[in-house]
Design a protein. Sequence first.
Length: 356
Amino acid sequence: MTKTAMTKTAERLGTPWLVARRLLAVPIVLFFLASLVFIAMRMLPGSPATALAVGGGSGQATAAEVRENEARINEALGLDKSLPEQYGGFLDDLVHLDLGSSFYGGNSITGLLGSALPATIELTVAAMLIAVLLGLGTGVLAALRKDTWVDTLTRTVGTVSFSLPWFAFGVLAIVVFGVWLRWLPVLGRMPAQLDYHPLTNFVLLDAILQNRPELIWPWLQHLILPATTLALSMAGFITRIVRASVLEVLGDDFVRTARMKGLSGGQILRRHVLRNSSLPIVTVLGLQFGSLLGGSVITEQVFSYPGVGNMLVNGILQRDYPVVQGAALAIALLFTLVNVAVDLLYLVLDPRLRKA
C-alpha cells in the first residue's frame, strides 16, 4: 500500500485509528523499559543470593557455608542460569502476565503492587490537583498583571519552588509542620491505631463502600504534606508555562477583536484565552505527571509513604529483581497511559489534529 493510500485510509478511519495507534505503542514502550530494567539490575554490584545467604544464617557461618548457601539460593531463584536464559524466562513470564514473587518472603509481586499502587496513584493525583490549581491561578494572574510587582513576585516564587529538590521540600515540611507546629502527621499513610481493612486499597473509595467516613480525615492528614511537597515544585513550572501561553494568546488579533466587541475580561479569558492556550499547558501537564511519578519515589521515602516508589527503592537496595521489575513496569504503565490520554485530549482541544 502506498503512503498516499495509507494516509487516505487513516483519514477515513479518523479518530478510532488514532486512538488504536497510540494504544498499540504502550506494550512496545513497556517491553523496552522492562528489558532495560532487567539488564540494569543485573549489572549492579552485589547479588540477592549473597544477601539472603548472609542474612538467613546464624551469623557464625563459615565462608564455605556462605558460598554453599549462595549456590543453593541461586539455583532456587534461577540465577544460576545464563543471562540469555534468565531473560527468556523473564519475557515468557511477562507475556503470561506473571510478575513473579519477591526473593524476600515470596510475596506475589501482583499482590504487592495491589497494595502499593493505589497509594501512589492517590499521592500523584492529589499532587497534580494542587499543582494545577496553584499553577493555573498564579500563571493567569501573572499574565494579566504583566510587568507589575504581582508578576515579578509570582515568577520569583515559581522559579524558587521549581528549583528546590523534592527532598528539601519534604524535610522542610516535616520540620515545620510536623515537628515545630505539630499540625500534621509526617509518616505513613494512615494512623497505626486505626482499624482499616482495605477492599480496593483506595482509601476514599473504601470509606464510601464500607460507610466509614471516619477514615477520610486521618487519610487526608497524612496525604497533605507529601502531596503538597510534590505539587510545589511542579506548580512553579506550570506557572511559568501558563503565563507565557496566556501572554501569547492575549496578543492575538481575535482577542483584540473580542475586546472591540465589548466582551468583558472574564468572558475573553474563559471563551478565548484559556482554550487557545491549552495545548502547551496540557503538554506540560502530561510530561510533569511523569516527573511527579519520579518525585514520588523520593517523597515516599522521606515520608515513609507505602507506595510503589518506596517499594522500588527497597527492592533496589535488597537486589530484589522481581520487585524492582514489577514496580518499574507499574510506574511506566501509569506514565504511558497518561501520555496516551494527553494525546487523545489534543484531539478534543484541536480538531485539526484529527486529520493528522
